[in-house]
Design a protein around this ligand. Sequence first.
Ligand SMILES: *[C@@H]1O[C@H](CO)[C@@H](O)[C@H](O)[C@H]1NC(C)=O
Length: 312
Amino acid sequence: MDQVNGSVVTEFVLLGLAHSLEMQFFLFLFFSLFYVGIILGNLFIVFTIIFDSHLHFPMYILLANLSLIDLGLSSTTVPRMVFDLFSDCKIISFHNCMIQIFFIHVMGGTEMVLLIAMAYDRYTAICKPLHYLTIMNPKVCMLLVVVAWIIGVIHAVSQFVFVINLPFCGPNNVGSFYCDFPRVIKLACMDTYKLEFVVTANSGFISMGTFFFLIASYIFILVTVKKHSSEDLSKAFFTLSAHITVVVLFFAPCMFLYVWPFPTKSLDNFFSIVDFVVTPVLNPAIYTLRNRDMKVAMRRLIRQVVSSREMI
Ligand SMILES: *[C@@H]1O[C@H](CO)[C@@H](O)[C@H](O)[C@H]1NC(C)=O
């Protein structure tokens, strides 16, 4: 096992999701439709928010950023997965595998911080309404977004430095349809026990911590509202339940993938698909279908586009 100075493995083999032709077609349709939905839905949100000055509030600016990241996060895996469905040898080069891991964690880490920023935004709006516009001014909003990206990059780099130099000398079957730390580390020809702990701590405990922190913040906000009036409570609950749904949908798979000590292939795949395919399409749905201002703005945008077409 110790004969290696550097990596000799130059490519990894990914897992095929479908074993029969019917299944290939079914998954192809399913994932393509979802991916198109992810692109259109999230871009629609971004454009609606950018072009509608009624929506130039921190909550929506952060939402637009979240949409972009969702789009990015699913683009790290879904196109490749769809493409791989019909290819016989699902091989990914060492480089591409590393690039994929890196971007998954940059986007994932950024999304995590952004969800905290969105909770903070709701906390300020609901619990300190009089100071909302001074606390969440454009500068602070910008700062939150920049910090989210910086933390995302730090989160990815801090695990990546350990993995990029690992000796890979033999087994190269990732056992999943995309590359990620837990699976790839297991293929290294050395004792990776400590490293697995680094990843569990960095990706797993952080996502677990963030999850409980967010849920606690939302409960705190609801309790604060409840003290004031019950009418506000139902309104706040309506807004916050959208946020809470997104938080649960995003973090449950993360926690399973990085913390759960007994991974099983089928559950792993299921949870990965939830995070890369289902959450990114549900986010736009949840935020837009439940938000009156968004719906109004989207109708306005569509009307503008249609009427500008008629003029041409
Ligand atoms: C993301 O946030 C920044 C900082 O507030 C903002 O300037 C930018 O417009 C947002 N991005 C989108 C796509 O709205």
